[in-house]
Design a protein around this ligand. Structure first.
Ligand code: NAD
Length: 425
């Protein structure tokens, strides 16, 4: 059995390879280059032994996949999940290569995971697991080598443990080894708003191109957590009319516009957007009602596979900007493309978090810290210029394809060009 068989049979990995092949076909890349790109440069598996509070010992398996470093050090989160596999980890690391390439930041792609249900561990056990995982991969990571960050069930506290463990091993404060750290340890407070802010920037730039600007345009947002609520907040600040938001409790809709800050307060206090009451607000109990509303823009910002063959024909919006990962199924994507609805894909629209991570990492390495305003202004400048580069390249070279497919092609092309320049292929 080859090491590659650890991931080759995984369905998530196969999906990632499928997308790579689609991009390669558009770019006319030969199979031998696809073969280079479909494997990670390095994949390690580590064993983590935790002494439990009750005196027993528990063994966990973790991975770090370093997919491609042509554009810079590997970058990508670490997730704790009882369903984690080597295949999923490799696939996610490949997606990070394309996402970072498309975001125009000098990073390659990496991803880590530990197969664990973190809810079964006490806080002390979780700390031990985190420190031991990072110690086990410590020789493969570093500020110039591979820079992890949070993902599912990891957070700034986890990053603080990783940073401390690594710093003890190398003997100095290695600020740049992880990002999304707490502000006290070199993180940026603006990190919390950055993905939603980036999604709002995507809406703003796409609205300039296809809707004649953002001012007065109506927006509906599916999901009102970290990404959805900050996207709503900035869009309202910049002149759009956020008329509907949803969470698992349902939808609140006011054609005259919601008071976003008030909805945020209600959500914070009661856990449900449907407790918001103001003006002529209508409440729907199904969160999916958000997709059929008469609006200009929809921002899916909750979970995957919510725009499907079953509800795609209800959509009246002309523009969809994906805050969530994978909210549109491939069938729905094709229907939207045929109907002329513009879908700004997740890989482009939700990169605000990783771009802010790059700003944090740059700060750490320079030893100077930006204020929130400066960091957000930097994010705005980088993402706006990058969005427009991608839009222009799409229109010039790949217009017959949906923007998602074009985005993959642009991302893969940038990586392949870097590999050629370096003499790797
Ligand atoms: P979150 O947990 O803060 O918020 C999720 C929101 O979606 C909540 O309001 C929840 O009520 C709602 N929700 C969940 N399931 C739903 C359903 N079936 N129907 C309607 N609403 C539902 O999560 P988040 O960090 O905002 O992430 C949202 C999406 O954005 C995810 O797909 C995530 O992978 C993606 N994303 C997040 C970041 C980030 O920095 N937070 C970065 C990139 C991508």
């Amino acid at each position: 059995m080859s090491l590659a068989s650890l991931y080759e049979n995984d369905p998530v990995y196969q999906q990632a390879v499928q997308q790579l092949k689609q991009a390669a076909a558009i770019l006319g890349l030969p199979d031998e280059v696809v073969e280079v790109l479909r494997h990670p440069e390095r994949l390690i598996q580590v064993k983590i032994v935790v002494k439990k509070d009750d005196g027993k010992i528990a063994t966990f398996i973790g991975w770090r996949s370093q997919h491609n470093s042509a554009l810079g050090p590997y970058k990508g989160g670490v997730r704790y999940s009882e369903n984690a596999t080597a295949g999923e980890t490799v696939a996610l690391s490949m997606w990070m290569t394309w996402k970072n390439s498309l975001a125009g930041i000098p990073y390659g792609g990496g991803k880590g995971s530990v197969r664990v249900n973190p809810k079964t561990l006490s806080p002390r056990e979780l700390e031990e697991l985190s420190r031991k995982y990072f110690a086990a991969i410590s020789r493969m990571v570093g500020p110039d080598v591979d820079i992890p960050a949070p993902d599912v069930y990891t957070n700034p506290q986890t990053m603080a443990w990783y940073f401390d463990e690594y710093s003890k091993i190398v003997g100095y404060n290695a600020w740049g080894v992880v990002t999304a750290k707490p502000p006290e340890l070199g993180g940026l407070t603006a990190r919390v708003v950055s993905t939603g802010y980036g999604v709002a920037l995507g809406v703003r730039e796409a609205a300039k191109k296809w809707l004649g600007g953002l001012e007065g345009k109506t927006v509906a947002i599916h999901g009102f957590g970290n990404v959805g609520s900050y996207a709503a907040k900035y869009l309202a600040e910049w002149g759009a009319k956020v008329v509907a938001v949803s969470d698992t409790s349902g939808v609140v809709y006011d054609p005259k516009g919601l008071k976003v800050e008030e909805v945020m307060e209600v959500k914070e206090k009661t856990g449900k957007v449907t407790n918001y009451r103001s003006g002529d607000v209508k409440v729907y109990s199904s969160d999916k009602a958000v997709f059929g509303l008469p609006v200009d823009v929809i921002v899916p910002a909750a979970t995957e596979n919510v725009i499907t063959k079953a509800n795609v024909n209800e959509i009246k919006a002309k523009l969809i900007v994906e805050g969530a990962n994978g909210p549109t199924t491939p069938e729905a994507d094709e229907i939207l493309h045929k109907k002329g609805v513009i879908v700004v894909p997740d890989i482009l629209a939700n990169a605000g978090g990783v771009v802010m991570s790059w700003i944090e990492w740059s700060n750490n390495r320079m030893g100077c810290w930006l204020t929130d305003e400066e960091a957000l202004a930097r994010l705005d400048k980088m993402m706006t210029s990058n969005f427009n580069k991608v839009f222009d390249e799409w229109e010039k070279k790949y217009k017959e394809y949906p923007m998602r497919i074009a985005a993959y092609a642009i991302a893969v092309d940038r990586v392949v060009k870097a590999m050629k320049l370096r003499g790797w292929i």
